[in-house]
Design a protein around this ligand. Structure first.
Ligand code: 16G
Ligand code: ZN
Length: 545
């Protein structure tokens, strides 16, 4: 390593000492912790991002957010050149960097890693990292730490993209690497244009049973609400009311947001019984999750939840219908549905009854995304509301070329419209990661296309009662699993114990897994009644303790 590079690293690293007594882990969604102890981690992730940019010779993203966590937390994660999550191969290095005890240790680690991976480090080669942050007050100082980390690598530049949703930053990275327009106004324009296109391509004859013309959206007092206010300016034909937009006094994620609504099944702050009968939606703190809900009357803040599984089902219905309208090739198009073990059993049954190929992956966007990318059209969602629809380059190319031919038959005309709709969906729905803003617009336009109210949508199937519990244990990693986390491997005998509890309940299903974001083991149970689901979860939890 060149002497000037060595010096640059030592000097800046000394300004960001590792806090004593903590161990950081990249986890399912990057590093997350109380913001007060994160400066050294964010600085080091800045270095990591520059190295990743050098290695891939592409633009990399660095996002400062802790999503749905409380406002005093923060976090940092990397977007790879495709706009997806950082490759898992680099996660052990990320962990080692974050935990290096001092600049000397840090330097040795980097040196070894660049040699092993043949990274043109310290040779003045160009690297570029786009930085984004959510609205957390700690974000500004952490962004500065990230900038210094990026700049500690000679030849690397950090570009501050300002306050963004997580999916916006991922989208920008993807566009930059494809040589496409990548500014925030390009993002807004692409979404509203594609929405407009889908609105124009609706069939005019559809009977509608809708009485609810507007949607009210809970912005979690965070960045999503703020950005939705901007996005909606360009959206024609839909009334969007934003609450908890982050402009008022409300605290980020405190009794608001998609995570709160999904887990508690209660309406968020800023909503009331007078909203019953109106379609409502909720974003999480960095706007990569979306759930819908209906406020129930006289029922102590309870809601009817329309979760990620139902959003997935709605998208699957629409995509399948468009595919069936395509005259040619339709048998050859591979459509895949990707869920995790948390998907409600009723949703999986429903999708299978539609003759769709459904696969499960472990929890975490990186797994779902990777699997969905294997299809021509891959739709993935977690029950918590994170998901998107991926289109393969080949399939998009085919759609574009087939559209160049003008058709004269009525079936041909319908097929052409279906192809145009699919192309518009590929532009509306974020191809990099799940994006609550683009997901919201797609849900809305599909409901309009089908003429469905939220109640009609919610009636697609009835969720099986379920229960989730957290169990604190000495070492959560003692539990290992296989088959997309549905079966326990170690400790021995635990799976047998779960099986015998499950057998006691009609439609019983239960699994356990160590959390990737908290120091707990999570227990999930499902059964034909709420009481049975509660009982099953409790008894399985006893075996975990
Ligand atoms: C993270 C994941 C999310 C997953 C959740 C599980 C990303 C971007 N986010 O939020 O997909 O559902 O972790 O948390 O991958 P857990 O491991 O604590 O249950
Ligand atoms: Zn999030």
């Amino acid at each position: 390593m060149a002497a000037d590079q060595q010096l640059a690293l030592f000097q800046t690293a000394s300004a960001f000492p590792l806090p004593p007594g903590v161990k950081f882990s990249y986890g399912t969604a990057g590093f997350r912790a109380d913001a007060s102890i994160l400066a050294s981690t964010v600085f080091r992730v800045g270095i990591l991002a520059s190295l990743r940019s050098l290695k891939t010779q592409s633009v990399i993203g660095l996002m400062i957010t802790a999503s749905h966590n409380q406002v005093s937390d923060n976090g940092v994660k990397i977007s790879d050149p495709s706009g997806g999550m950082m490759t898992q191969e680099w996660e052990p290095f990320a962990d080692a960097l974050a935990n290096a005890s001092d600049p000397d240790d840090l330097f040795k680690l980097i040196n070894q890693f660049v040699i092993n991976n043949n990274i043109p480090f310290g040779r003045g080669q160009y690297a570029e990292v786009l930085l984004g942050r959510d609205t957390r007050p700690s974000g500004k100082a952490l962004l500065e730490a990230a900038k210094q980390g990026v700049n500690a690598v000679i030849g690397a530049i950090a570009v501050d993209m300002g306050i963004l949703t997580t999916p916006q930053l991922h989208w920008m990275v993807r566009c930059r690497n494809k040589g496409l327009k990548a500014s925030e106004s390009d993002y807004f324009a692409q979404l509203s244009d594609a929405f407009g296109c889908l609105m124009d391509l609706r069939s005019q004859t559809i009977e509608t049973n809708r009485t609810d013309s507007k949607v009210i959206v809970d912005g979690a007092n965070g960045v999503g609400g703020k950005k939705l206010e901007e996005l909606k300016q360009g959206v024609k034909g839909l009334e969007i009311e934003v609450r908890n937009s982050g402009k008022g006094e409300g605290i980020l994620n405190a009794g608001v947001g998609a995570d709160f609504v999904q887990k508690e099944k209660l309406f968020p702050g800023g909503f009331g019984e007078s909203d019953s009968g109106t379609r409502c939606a909720s974003l999480d703190g960095d706007a990569d999750r979306l759930v819908y809900f209906c406020v129930l009357k006289g029922n102590s803040k309870k809601v009817d939840l329309v979760d990620g599984d139902k959003i997935l089902s709605l998208f699957a219905i629409f995509i399948k219908e468009q595919m069936s309208l395509l005259e040619e090739k339709k048998e050859k198009i591979k459509l895949g549905i990707v869920q995790t073990a948390y998907a409600n059993g009723a949703s999986t049954d429903f999708l299978k009854q539609m003759d769709l190929e459904v696969v499960l992956t472990p929890t975490g966007v990186k797994y779902l995304h990777e699997k969905a990318a294997e299809y021509d059209i891959g739709i993935y969602f977690e029950a918590n509301g994170h998901g998107t629809i991926l289109f393969s380059e080949n399939f998009l190319h085919w759609l574009e070329t087939r559209n160049a031919e003008v058709s004269h038959t009525s079936a041909g005309f319908e097929a052409q419209k279906a192809a145009l709709r699919l192309l518009a969906v590929s532009k509306l729905i974020n191809q990099a990661v799940g994006d609550a803003l683009s997901g919201l617009l797609l849900v809305e336009v599909i409901l309009l296309y089908l003429g469905w109210s939220i109640e009609r949508w919610n009636e697609l199937y009835q969720d099986l009662p379920s229960r989730q519990i957290k169990v604190s244990v000495a070492d959560r990693m003692a539990i290992t699993t296989t088959n997309a986390e549905t079966l326990v491997v170690t400790p021995p005998c635990l799976q047998e114990a779960i099986n015998s509890e499950v057998a006691k309940h009609s439609r019983g299903r239960s699994f356990v897994r160590p959390s990737g974001t908290e120091n707990v083991v999570r227990v999930y149970a499902e059964a034909s009644t709420q009481q049975a689901a509660d009982c099953l979860a409790q008894s399985v939890a006893e075996h975990v303790k």
